[in-house]
Design a protein around this ligand. Structure first.
Ligand code: URA
Ligand code: SF4
Length: 217
């Protein structure tokens, strides 16, 4: 197949750059199932967050979903339970999903880093980088068709853009590394902290609904 594409398509002046891009998705380094990757994360000591965690928080939801939500880092309740988004922010996320006819069981939810930063501080760049291969591999295994980046930490990790939310929301991005479209949505913890932003969320939810509804049943 590849040799036919290499040979005939350029002759017909058809752009084949998509083909080579697709092939670069094989960035995973061997842990082809989620359970063995989860085990690897449980034993991980690649950054200092392992010293203070109670549990690693790998991911939750439908492993076959076309939609992956990506948060920041586990908080206290997530660290206790080993599951993402189960505290107050998680409950608000569930409400957001319900309001557009979705539920968390129909999507897959992960975090940018898998261990809780002490006192819920922002994860440091070095921690995000240390953890980044696990997230790459989760994406490689689950193969979502769209990423929903919750808040600025996840947005920066994927889009390399240190921009305010006002410049990131209501837009469709494309993450070349994975060949996947992505949108940026408010982090629910931010909405809890800034209730005055709540009135903006409705527009974002409609936008999210428009993008996600073809991908979830
Ligand atoms: N905030 C996050 O970003 N992730 C969680 O799992 C919980 C709160
Ligand atoms: Fe390992 Fe990620 Fe936990 Fe750091 S945050 S110890 S890299 S799993």
């Amino acid at each position: 197949m590849k040799s036919m594409i290499d040979k005939y398509f350029p002759e017909m002046e058809i752009d084949v750059s998509w083909y080579s891009k697709k092939r670069t998705i094989g960035y995973s380094s061997g842990h082809t199932d989620l359970n063995s990757l989860d085990q690897l994360v449980k034993d991980c000591q690649k950054c200092d967050l392992y010293k203070t965690r109670k549990n690693t928080v790998f991911g939750d939801g439908d492993k076959n979903s076309d939609v992956m939500f990506i948060g920041e880092a586990p908080g206290r309740e997530e660290d206790e339970a080993g599951k993402p988004f189960i505290g107050r922010a998680g409950k608000l996320l569930n409400e957001f999903l319900k309001s557009i006819g979705l539920n968390r069981e129909s999507v897959y939810i992960v975090n940018t880093v898998k261990c809780r930063p002490p006192e819920n501080r922002d994860p440091e760049i070095s921690e995000i980088n240390a953890c980044s291969d696990y997230l790459d591999q989760q994406i490689s295994i689950i193969e979502p068709k769209v990423l929903v980046l919750l808040g600025k930490i996840a947005a920066n990790r994927f889009l390399n853009e240190d921009k305010p939310m006002s410049d990131l929301r209501l837009k469709k991005f494309f993450v070349e590394k994975y060949d996947i479209p992505a949108i940026v949505f408010y982090h629910p913890a931010y909405i809890l902290r800034s209730p005055s932003q709540k009135k903006r969320v409705w527009d974002d939810l409609q936008f999210l609904h428009g993008i996600l509804s073809p991908h979830v049943s």
